[in-house]
Design a protein around this ligand. Structure first.
Ligand SMILES: [Mg+2]
Length: 205
C-alpha cells in the first residue's frame, strides 16, 4: 500500500499566503484552493516577486520558516508502519525540503523553479502539475494499492486514480466532483480512516 498525500492544506499551511504576509504582497494570497489554472496562478506569483525585486534565496529563507501543522509528523509516523508514504504536491522543492525533514523525512514529489544569473525566479518546471494521475497510475501498475488524500481541485486527478480517495477539509468544488469519497476534518479522523483501510486490505496489499 502507498499513501500519496498532499502537503499544503493537509500536513502544513499554504506557503504562498505566508510569503504574501512576510513580503506584503497580496497577490500571493491566491492559492490552488482558489483557482484551478496553475499557470495563471504561478504567473501572478512570480510576477509579484519579480516586481518586488526578490531573489529565490530571499523567498526561500522565509518559506523555510513555515512549520507543519501540529500532529502531522505523528500522523505520518503512525501510518508508515502500514504503508509507504509519498508526499505529492504542487509546491516547490526549493520551498518545502526542510518541511520534509520536520515531518520525519519522506519523499517529496514537487515542482522546481528556474532562476536567472541574479538569482531571480524567472520560471518553473512543472514535474508534478498535470502528472499526478500518471504518478498514481504508475504505483498501481507496479502492483501497489494507493490511498490518496488531498484538499483542493489540484488533487482531483490523484484522488480519481487512487484506490481509496480521502478528502481532507476539501473545498466544495472538490467534494462535488467526488461525492462518494469519504471526507475527514482532522488528522485524527484521517488516521482512523486510514487504519480501517489497512485492516480491510492487509498491510502489504
Ligand atoms: Mg493542498
Amino acid at each position: 500500500m502507498i499513501a500519496a498525500i498532499d502537503l499544503e492544506g493537509v500536513l502544513a499551511p499554504e506557503i504562498w499566503p505566508y510569503l504574501g504576509d512576510e513580503f506584503g504582497l497580496p497577490e500571493l494570497h491566491l492559492t490552488t484552493r482558489d483557482t484551478a489554472d496553475f499557470d495563471d496562478l504561478m504567473g501572478q506569483r512570480v510576477g509579484a516577486l519579480s516586481r518586488a525585486g526578490l531573489t529565490l534565496a530571499q523567498v526561500q529563507h522565509a518559506a523555510h520558516r513555515v512549520q507543519p501543522y501540529l500532529g502531522s509528523k505523528e500522523f505520518l509516523h503512525r501510518i508508515r508502519r502500514h504503508c509507504q508514504v509519498m508526499i505529492i504536491s504542487d509546491t516547490f522543492h526549493e520551498f518545502a525540503e526542510p518541511m520534509m525533514d520536520r515531518l520525519g523525512g519522506y519523499n517529496l514529489f514537487a515542482n522546481r523553479f528556474e532562476v536567472d544569473s541574479s538569482g531571480r525566479i524567472v520560471g518553473w518546471k512543472l514535474r508534478i502539475r498535470g502528472r499526478k494521475a500518471m504518478v498514481i497510475d504508475g504505483f498501481r501498475k507496479a502492483g501497489f494499492r494507493v490511498i490518496g488524500m488531498g484538499d483542493s481541485l489540484n488533487d482531483l486527478t490523484l484522488l480519481q486514480m487512487a484506490d481509496h480517495p480521502v478528502l481532507f477539509r476539501p473545498v466544495e468544488k472538490l467534494r462535488s466532483e467526488l461525492p462518494d469519497a469519504p471526507t475527514v476534518q482532522t488528522l485524527d479522523e484521517a488516521l482512523e480512516l486510514f487504519l480501517s483501510i489497512f485492516r480491510k486490505n492487509g498491510s502489504d496489499a
